[in-house]
Design a protein around this ligand. Structure first.
Ligand SMILES: Cc1cc2nc3c(=O)[nH]c(=O)nc-3n(C[C@H](O)[C@H](O)[C@H](O)COP(=O)(O)O)c2cc1C
Length: 444
């Protein structure tokens, strides 16, 4: 007798639940067996079939609220991202009869493949209602089980469901039994590796077809972010049969292979480092203004909220804005695409000047200096990861140095790349030959 048979024979939902547990040894909310689900959705892809259909992605852009929007995903794909997640959407707001939130947040286009839409939710019916709205446009729907912010605590979603495995299982199962496209999940880890593994197996058993493991605890946020634990990610990978994406500690291109080797996972997801260096997955070392210009070009065709654009600009120019402080206000008050473009033009011209100054660092991507803590010393006009806190740097010193020691001599160094130095409208400034010597990275 299948779980569904047992459920049908029972006269009340309570009896049905009891029957289901009694007969199949699975949670009561599993109303269908895997065979029945396959029969219901014969074309729906499962675990590695889904992974392969998406092109066996190794480089994955993380879900990022207000930051992994369509324009950014397009830019990231041009520079090596194989798969992108949307920002997390609130299932309740998304599925509201008033489409305002949905229309503001969710954008895609015909070229956008593959893409996974992420939701946070705590009600299976509402999650399903939201997921149904993207069924024909996404490769899968992901459940956010990692958000550690206070707003997630108040709303009871994200990592604050980690104490309620039954609810998590019901959320995933609801989609697994009722959605035309697969469900995936993004989890954080517990202190205890056994508990982490048991948790991932529960998520898999509920129906998740891919699991992303962010190797940090719920408490590791803000100034306590610190390092992700790749060993726990590895333990999950060993324990489940579905593809696993590793998330955390990717600062440089070389970290990708290190993480794959250390965790044996199927792909690597990056959030922060992708924001500071959208070319991260390509291994290219590029000037910040090139990424900013290209992103704004994309925004010409893809209407993008100015708040998102502004946040991207602040991140891209993170190391230059403290030097050109007067441009902060220009960026902070920009209210049109043209104003953002003027800002980037002005910044670009100043950065090129900076690179020519006597004391400017002569930058050779083949020979990047590494500081005492194992971090690379890039000039401020080069896209580079953000190191938020001295605390983090010190905390991660030993691991970082260990990782660096693994870089094969010279062979894993990033390669230089030519830049599109198209002069911009307001400041027409070609890079001269002397610039090119100093800005070796942009011209080679
Ligand atoms: C700006 C920003 C927004 C984020 N928004 C989300 C989100 O919407 N959903 C989610 O699951 N994680 C979100 N995260 C967490 C990331 O997806 C990722 O798990 C975390 O930053 C660790 O990866 P990293 O070390 O590469 O940054 C966000 C992170 C950042 C920096």
């Amino acid at each position: 007798m299948t779980v569904a048979d047992a459920t049908q024979q029972a006269s009340t939902p309570a009896k049905a639940a009891a029957c289901a547990v009694a007969h199949a040894g699975v949670p009561a909310h599993f109303t269908m067996t895997e065979d029945e689900i396959i029969a219901k959705f014969p074309n729906r892809l499962r675990s590695y079939d889904l992974f392969r259909k998406m092109g066996s992605p190794r480089h994955i852009v993380a879900p990022m609220v207000d930051q992994s929007e369509l324009a950014w995903r397009i830019l990231s794909r041009r520079y090596g991202a194989d798969l992108c997640y949307t920002p997390m959407f609130h299932a309740k707001l998304f599925s509201d009869d008033n489409p305002k939130y949905r229309n503001e947040q969710w954008q895609t286009n015909d070229e956008e493949k593959p893409v996974i839409v992420q939701f946070c939710a705590n009600d299976p019916d509402i999650l399903l209602k939201a997921a149904k709205l993207v069924e024909g446009q996404a490769d899968a729907v992901d459940l956010n089980l990692g958000c550690p912010q206070r707003i997630a605590s108040r709303g009871h979603y994200g990592s604050f469901l980690m104490e309620d495995w039954d609810l998590i299982s019901r959320l995933i199962r609801k989609l697994h039994e009722n959605l035309e496209i697969p469900v995936t999940a993004k989890i954080r880890v517990y202190e205890d590796v056994e508990k982490t593994v048991a948790y991932a197996k529960m998520v898999e058993a509920a129906g998740a077809q891919i699991i992303t493991v962010h190797g940090r605890l719920r408490e590791q946020k803000g100034h306590k972010t610190g390092l992700a634990d790749w060993d726990k990610i590895k333990a999950v990978k060993e324990a489940v049969k579905v593809p696993v994406f590793a998330n955390g500690n990717i600062l440089y291109y070389e970290d990708i292979q290190r993480c794959l080797d250390a965790t044996n996972t199927d792909g690597i997801m990056s959030a922060e480092s992708n924001l500071y260096n959208p070319a991260l997955f390509s291994g290219k070392i590029l000037p910040t203004w090139q990424m900013a210009e290209e992103y704004l070009e994309i925004c010409k065709d893809i209407p993008t909220k100015f708040a998102f654009i502004r946040a991207h600009m602040f991140k891209l120019f993170r190391y230059s804005l403290p030097i050109h402080t007067d441009l902060r206000q220009q960026l902070g008050t920009a209210k049109s695409l043209d104003e953002f473009r003027s800002f980037v033009c002005e910044m670009k011209s100043r950065l090129i000047e900076d690179s020519k100054k006597e004391d400017a660092m002569v930058f050779d991507p083949e020979n990047v200096e590494i500081d005492a803590l194992g971090y690379r010393k890039y000039p401020h006009w080069i896209c580079q990861p953000a190191l938020r806190f001295e605390h983090d740097k010190v905390h991660s010193q030993s691991k970082r140095l260990l990782n660096e020691a693994l870089v094969e001599n010279g062979s894993a160094k990033p390669v230089g790349e030519s830049a599109d130095n198209t002069p911009c409208e307001s400041v027409s400034k070609d890079i001269s030959e002397s610039d090119s010597k100093r800005l070796k990275v942009t011209i080679e």
